[in-house]
Structure formats: structure tokens, C-alpha cells
Design a protein around this ligand. Structure first.
Ligand code: BTN
Length: 255
């Protein structure tokens, strides 16, 4: 009823419990399923997060899902899908829940500084051709404090605690699929510039003091903007500007 897409989410694989919906979606993508396949699980036992972290996905407490896209652009463009997905999710959450959630670069979705959504994009490419992009999204819709691992208890928030309107998980999922399909079409036809402008409007990272934690160095600075590749431009305190690449680093807000 809420789903208005042509292809995204029309082919559904609904699972009770899986290690990770991203792993299932990648397996199916390699077996040539058409683009738009949506894998949803009630529970993940080995949910994967960014930078090798885990993602807690308790049964029935959230939306844990992955979609298979086959965009018509080269592999270098694929990382931009992660910022595009953040725009699709933030808009859908704000519209369904009547709140103002923001995006922390590159793609965490926060409400009043606490994380409610994580996104993990993975791609498959060979010989310069992009085969698939799997976008995995985890939304804490009904997660209670006791469901969370100790280290994230104080930095996470669940949607049900903050929304000003009631909505079903199906409604939210359909809203995300609708937004994501529109944005994919826009990216293929007109590139990412307009999408990145929407990302900027939803961002809570730009113009903030940040601490960049990379593999070989950690430094404070000010987040100036994102560049045309979606990298975060951070001005160090000595004036040098570094383009920070998602996947390599984690960003903390400086105290
Ligand atoms: C992060 O913020 O570190 C990214 C978390 C991504 C979690 C989602 S839940 C659905 C999909 N399956 C996974 O194993 N991970 C993603």
C-alpha cells in the first residue's frame, strides 16, 4: 500500500534469523538476482557494522535489511551510494516520525547526538564494471537500553523513544524504498551533486569541531564540507585541509 516503487523492494526475501542480511544479499547478488531485491530479517546473529565492528540486531526490535542495487555508474562512484542511502533514510524517518534526525558523516543517522541508524554499503566489481552495490541498513525502532551492548548504551537511541507520530515498520521501510529508488534514478540521470546538497542540509557534521581517528594518526580539526566524491574535508588546526575517506576512519565530535 505504501510502496510506490517500480523495482526496489518488489522482490522480498523475509528471514526470521540470519547472521547478516548483507551477507545473504551479496550471495544473491552474485547469483544475478535482479536489482531491487530486499532482504529483511527479524533478527541478525552476526550483524556487521562499519570498520569491522558488529551491529546489535535483537529480534523484533528494529528494521534490519539490505537491498541489492545495480547502478549504471562506474565502481569509483559506488561509495557515493552510502551518502545517498543516508539521505533516503533520514528523510523517511523525519517524515514518518515527525522528528529532525540528522546525518553524521558519512552515513550515521542521529537524533540529538545519539545514533539510531547505521548503514553499511558493500560492492562487487570486476574489470572496471560495477556488478552490484548492497546497502545494509539497521534502524533501532524498538530497542531498549538492556538490549544494547554496554559500549553503545550511552550513545544510541531508539526511534520509539523520540517520535512524535506513530507509524508501522512497514510504512517506514516503504518510505525508504520509495526515496532510495528516486535518488538512484536521479544519480544515474544527473549525478550526485543535488543529492549531496540534500545531504549537506541534513548533516550535523559540517562546521563542527571533529576528531579524525585514522589507522595511522588521530587529529582534531573542523569539518568544512564534503567534496564531489563525498569525502569529508577537514581543516586541521595548522590550516592544512585533508579529504577524509569513509571506511578508513571514524569521526568523533571533539570535546
Ligand atoms: C554501522 O553503523 O556501523 C553500520 C551498521 C549497519 C547495520 C546493518 S543491519 C542490516 C545490514 N546487515 C548487516 O550485517 N549490517 C547492516
Amino acid at each position: 500500500m505504501h510502496l510506490k516503487t517500480k523495482y526496489l523492494g518488489r522482490n522480498l526475501c523475509l528471514e526470521a534469523s540470519v547472521p547478516s542480511t548483507n551477507e545473504i544479499a551479496k550471495q544473491l547478488a552474485r547469483q544475478n538476482v535482479p536489482q531491487g531485491l530486499l532482504v529483511v530479517a527479524e533478527e541478525q546473529t552476526g550483524g556487521k557494522g562499519r570498520i569491522g565492528r558488529g551491529w546489535s540486531s535483537p529480534k523484533g526490535r528494529g528494521l534490519w535489511f539490505s537491498v541489492v542495487l545495480r547502478p549504471k555508474f562506474p565502481p569509483e562512484e559506488a561509495p557515493k551510494c552510502t551518502l545517498m542511502a543516508a539521505v533516503a533514510v533520514a528523510d523517511a524517518i523525519n517524515c514518518c516520525g515527525g522528528i529532525t534526525a540528522k546525518i553524521k558523516w558519512p552515513n550515521d543517522i542521529l537524533f540529538e547526538g545519539k545514533k539510531m541508524v547505521g548503514i553499511l554499503s558493500e560492492m562487487g566489481a570486476e574489470y572496471g564494471k560495477l556488478n552490484y552495490v548492497v546497502i545494509g541498513i539497521g534502524i533501532d525502532t524498538h530497542v531498549e537500553q538492556e538490549d544494547l551492548p554496554e559500549d553503545v548504551k550511552s550513545i544510541a537511541v531508539s526511534l520509539h523513544r523520540v517520535v512524535t507520530r506513530n507509524f508501522t515498520r512497514e510504512e517506514l521501510l516503504a518510505g525508504i524504498m520509495n526515496n532510495l529508488e528516486d535518488l538512484c534514478q536521479e544519480a544515474e540521470e544527473r549525478g550526485f551533486d543535488g543529492i549531496f546538497d540534500r545531504w549537506r542540509n541534513l548533516s550535523c557534521t559540517l562546521h563542527e569541531r571533529v576528531k579524525v581517528i585514522a589507522q595511522d594518526e588521530t587529529y582534531p580539526g573542523t569539518a568544512l564540507d564534503i567534496d564531489r566524491d563525498g569525502h569529508l574535508l577537514v581543516q586541521r588546526d595548522d590550516g592544512r585541509v585533508t579529504a577524509v575517506v569513509a571506511g578508513d576512519v571514524s569521526i568523533r565530535y571533539a570535546e
